[in-house]
Design a protein around this ligand. Structure first.
Ligand SMILES: C[S@@+](CC[C@H](N)C(=O)[O-])C[C@H]1O[C@@H](n2cnc3c(N)ncnc32)[C@H](O)[C@@H]1O
Length: 255
């Protein structure tokens, strides 16, 4: 879909708004690891239209593609690019139907390729107990050396967050970056409840960071209670401020 000038501005603004989560959490920098490493794990609370996931996927596939091209140019085509596998855990009360997501995604032509990969996978998803796991192969039709297996795993977990947050304790990786994209606390207290912040505390990897557009005193207090240092920074567009947080405590963890 061609963007009008106004729409282009809107598209860019919205993409930037969504890129905030990857920027604040420095996901690009942290993805520069290796395939032998444990996957980089992101948990988004409030998946909605999936735009944050698409922006992340675009960054991930762009970095992987650059590395593959570099290896090919240097005639090391057999080598694996230095990028960590990605695991993305998306929580939402209710996931939108694929048809609706497709309509929304059509406003962002720059996301078309990653959107079609996501939506094709969601179309085939097999749900059990309100959750499913999708394996995404980002380079299926390219001439590039194929990456081993599907290096991006997307877990979708449906249901009320105060309940689903507990599911992260079993069978999921500890989280390196939290994208907290729920509605504001006055409109949606459950999203910012103690149960949710207990989940952040219990299910974070030692280097965990978090980002949110909500700077309410309640949110700041909950971060402190959960062992995160937080910083209020200038906002973007209509958002005057943002909050970035990082885990202070070092804990033992196995996954
Ligand atoms: C601001 S929207 C998220 C936008 C999304 N990140 C995007 O890029 O399109 C907030 C999302 O939080 C979800 N949500 C709100 N309250 C919730 C709750 N109590 N438990 C789980 N999900 C909730 C809504 O369904 C909605 O999709």
């Amino acid at each position: 879909m061609a963007c009008s000038k106004a729409a282009t501005y809107f598209c860019t603004a919205t993409i930037c708004r969504n890129a905030f989560f990857t920027t604040v959490n420095n996901t690009d920098g942290k993805l520069a690891g290796s395939f032998s490493e444990r996957p980089f794990a992101i948990c988004e609370i409030g998946f909605g239209t999936g735009l944050n996931f698409l922006v992340t996927l675009l960054a991930w596939s762009g970095a992987a593609r650059k590395q593959i091209e570099k290896l090919q140019a240097n005639q090391h085509a057999g080598q694996l690019p230095q990028i960590r596998p990605l695991t993305y855990i998306a929580c939402d009360q209710l996931f939108l139907p694929v048809k609706e997501m497709k309509t929304v995604h059509a406003n962002w032509p720059e996301l078309a390729a990653v959107s079609s990969i996501l939506l094709a996978a969601m179309d085939q998803a097999e749900w059990t107990d309100n959750a499913c796991t999708l394996k995404l192969d980002l380079f299926p039709a390219d001439n590039y050396a194929r990456l081993p297996l599907a290096p991006v795993t997307l877990h979708l977990i449906g249901g009320e967050i105060t309940e689903t947050i507990r599911r992260l304790e079993n069978g999921y990786l500890k989280i390196n970056a939290w994208f907290l994209d729920g509605f504001a606390p006055d409109r949606n207290p459950a999203m910012w409840s103690e149960a949710v912040f207990d989940g952040l505390k219990n299910d974070s990897a030692p280097d965990a960071t978090a980002a949110t557009y909500s700077c309410a005193a309640h949110v700041r207090e909950q971060f402190t209670r959960a062992g995160f240092a937080w910083e209020k920074t200038p906002g973007f567009g209509k958002k005057r401020f943002m909050l970035q947080a990082s885990l202070l405590m070092q804990k033992n963890y196995n996954t």
